[in-house]
Structure formats: structure tokens, C-alpha cells
Design a protein around this ligand. Structure first.
Ligand SMILES: *Cc1c(COP(=O)(O)O)cnc(C)c1O
Length: 401
């Protein structure tokens, strides 16, 4: 049980009050500052996961905290019978960063899965009822609500909840010919992640997005990019697809957008913005004044501090350093979304050994580890992990064997 207020005490209470859909939490975290968090037992950790690519500015960023607090103290919620300046300015800002053409629009949500639900409905409205097919990829993760789950590939996530919304087909990952064969005039939309995060940080092969753009444009299908994990500077550009120079018909965002505050968005480009009309979709909380303020504050700090450049430079530094560590056999990713494979199935043990050594990292499979730290991570912080990793992997190998 542990003494009241200790990590063990909280975890026992967690186990008898929270629904058991997650594994047992690894630690009970009580406060954070910058790239560091502290647990209920007073241990501190360098956070190299950032709440899964959410805490772009680390924890308790002073500017985000003051802007969000001030907005909540001024006007917190209004419903969508009304609007408020923060959601309008944030929509304008996102369209500008996306380089979206005239006629483009934004719909705000509270999460990534809700952004993909909105995108799913957008897809259904494209050429319905003759365009019945929606294409996604093996390994795809688009969220846990029913529409997003239909787009998600993993059988263990899908099968307990069938029947799911129909019409979705999963194609082999990264195979352009399979995509070209599948796209015809019966396809409403193609959903792609520029880099599959949950699948272990797997980037689409060079040129794949461009060919997907050409094929969808030729056949009147929408190209919908899920940038929930890759967007908002994570990969060194505002949105990962910008490195490939393609313009999608829609893009979904969430994780990094609010700097820790829940907010998501569907961005529709040009003509796709006319597919959903008044009354066809909605949300009570989405785009409320506080969420808008959090998004604006986060984007402003990212812009002013050169965090995107930092993500690009530090990401390369980290990948090069990781590649030199014994036991690491492959590194992938862009900017500060990094996956690396081990030479054996000891990634979950490495997560535990890293925690004991004061680092928060994540395993996406038995052999693959993922880093998605705050974009304000410093080089000394990155180096402290590179220096500790050989020992962490040795401990993990011993524990797993
Ligand atoms: C996390 C994630 C989602 C789901 O977002 P939630 O906020 O957890 O609903 C969807 N797509 C991708 C690519 C993600 O990484």
C-alpha cells in the first residue's frame, strides 16, 4: 500500500477507481517544469516522451500558463452558438502556417480521434453514395473512437468492437504500386500519416506522398493527412508533409497543438471545405476560448524560440548518437520524433531501466523504442540520455533474459 501520498499508495487507489483499459501506470507524476517531471516519491525524470508528442514546450511553460490562466479568468466557455477571438485567430494562424489556399477552413476538436472523426465524415461527404471506399495503411493508428478505429489497422484494437463503420480498406505500408492499383473513382479518401508514430516511427518512403497526391487528384478522392503526432513542428517543419511539398485536401492535428492543453483540429483545404455544411457536424467543447488561447500561446512560443530548428538539429544529433550505441540496430524519424530498433526483444525492459535511471521513454513494440521530447530540449539534456543509454540497455538485457 505504501504511506499516504506515496506512489504505491496512489497506484493502489488508481487500481480500485480507474477503468482498467490502460496497463498499470509506471509512476505517479505530481509536477513538472521544462523538460523535467517529478513523481510522488520525489524522483525526477528527463521527459523524452513529452506526454506522447504533446508537451512541445515542456511542462508548466510560463507563457502558456499565464495566457491560459488569464483566458480562463476572462472567458472560459461559450458553446458554438457563439464565437470568441481566440478560436478565430488560431484558425487564421493554422491556415497561414499550413500555406492553405483561399477557401480553406478549420474545425476545432478536443482530441486527435475527434479530428479524425470529423475527417471521416468529410470523406463520406465526398461523392457519396457512389464513392464508398476509404483507403488507409497497414500499421495505421488514427484513434480509438469508432470511426477513427475503422481507419486504425491493429486487429487487437479493432476486433473487440466490430462491426465498425464500413468501407475502409488497409493497403500494404509504403507500397506505391498497391496504392496506385487501389485508387479509382470509387474511392472517397486516402488517409495517411506522413510518419506512422504508433507503428514505431515509420516514415512513408520518399516520393510516396507525392504519388498519393497525384493519384487521388486524378480520381477525385481526398488526400487526408493525419498529422496528429507529426504536426506542430515535431519533425522540424510545421507539418511533416511540408518537407515533401504536397498539399493535401485535409489535415488532422491535436497532440502538440495546445502545448499540453487538450485541443485538436481538422484543416480543410480549398474546395474540400464545402463538403460539410451547417448542421452536419458539431462539438460542445471544441475550440473553446481557453483551448484557443493555449494553441495561440504554444504556436507563438514555438515561433519565437526557433523550436522547429532546434527539433531538426537536435533530432539529427540524437539519431546519430543513438546509431552509435551498442544494441541499437536502426534509427528512424524526423526532427524530434525518433524511433530506434534494438537487437532483441527487450524494449519494454529498457523503458523500465530508463525510468530507474531518470529518463521517460516509450516502447512501441518488443524491439522498438520511441522518443518524442519537448521541442525545447537542450543539447546537454539529449547528451545526458545518450551517455546513460548503454548502461540502460545492458540492464534491460539482463532483466529480460
Ligand atoms: C495519438 C494519435 C491519434 C489519436 O489522438 P487522441 O488525442 O489520443 O485521440 C490519432 N492519430 C495519430 C497519428 C496519433 O498519433
Amino acid at each position: 500500500m505504501g504511506t499516504p501520498g506515496s506512489g504505491a499508495d496512489w497506484l493502489a487507489r488508481y487500481g480500485s477507481s480507474l477503468l482498467g483499459v490502460f496497463g498499470a501506470p509506471q509512476r505517479v507524476l505530481v509536477r513538472g517544469s521544462g523538460c523535467t517531471v517529478e513523481d510522488a516519491d520525489g524522483n525526477t525524470y528527463l521527459d523524452l516522451l513529452g506526454g506522447i508528442a504533446v508537451n512541445t514546450l515542456g511542462h508548466a511553460h510560463p507563457f502558456v500558463t499565464s495566457v491560459v490562466s488569464a483566458q480562463l479568468a476572462t472567458l472560459g466557455h461559450v458553446s458554438n452558438f457563439f464565437t470568441s477571438p481566440t478560436q478565430i485567430v488560431l484558425a487564421e494562424k493554422l491556415l497561414a502556417l499550413a500555406g492553405a489556399p483561399d477557401g480553406s477552413r478549420v474545425f476545432f476538436t478536443n482530441s486527435g480521434t475527434e479530428a479524425n472523426e470529423a475527417a471521416f465524415k468529410l470523406a463520406r461527404r465526398n461523392g457519396s453514395p457512389t464513392r464508398t471506399r476509404i483507403l488507409a495503411l497497414d500499421g495505421a493508428f488514427h484513434g480509438r473512437s469508432m470511426g477513427a478505429l475503422a481507419l486504425t489497422a491493429k486487429p487487437a484494437y479493432r476486433e473487440p468492437f466490430q462491426p465498425l463503420p464500413g468501407g475502409v480498406e488497409h493497403l500494404p505500408f509504403g507500397d506505391p504500386q498497391a496504392l496506385l492499383n487501389a485508387v479509382d473513382d470509387t474511392v472517397a479518401a486516402v488517409f495517411l500519416e506522413p510518419i506512422q508514430g504508433e507503428a514505431g516511427v515509420r516514415p512513408l518512403p520518399q516520393g510516396y506522398l507525392r504519388r498519393a497526391r497525384e493519384a487521388t487528384a486524378e480520381h477525385g478522392a481526398l488526400l487526408i493527412l493525419d498529422e496528429v503526432q507529426t504536426g506542430i513542428g515535431r519533425t522540424g517543419t510545421w507539418f511533416a508533409h511540408q518537407a515533401e511539398g504536397v498539399v493535401p485536401d485535409a489535415m488532422t492535428l491535436a497532440k502538440g497543438l495546445g502545448g499540453g492543453f487538450p485541443i485538436g483540429a481538422l484543416v480543410t483545404y480549398g474546395p474540400a471545405s464545402g463538403l460539410l455544411t451547417a448542421g452536419q457536424h458539431g462539438t460542445t467543447f471544441g475550440g473553446n476560448p481557453v483551448a484557443g488561447a493555449a494553441g495561440l500561446a504554444t504556436l507563438a512560443v514555438l515561433e519565437e524560440t526557433g523550436a522547429l530548428d532546434n527539433a531538426g538539429i537536435l533530432g539529427e544529433h540524437l539519431r546519430a548518437g543513438l546509431a552509435a550505441v551498442p544494441g541499437v540496430v536502426e534509427t528512424r524519424g524526423a526532427g524530434l520524433l525518433i524511433g530506434f530498433d534494438l537487437d532483441g526483444g527487450y524494449a519494454p525492459a529498457a523503458v523500465r531501466a530508463a525510468l530507474d535511471a531518470g529518463f521517460i521513454i516509450n516502447s512501441t513494440s518488443e524491439r522498438t523504442l520511441r522518443l518524442a521530447p519537448p521541442l525545447i530540449l537542450t543539447r546537454p539534456q539529449a547528451d545526458s540520455f545518450l551517455e546513460a543509454l548503454p548502461g540502460i540497455l545492458t540492464t534491460a538485457q539482463g532483466a529480460a533474459s
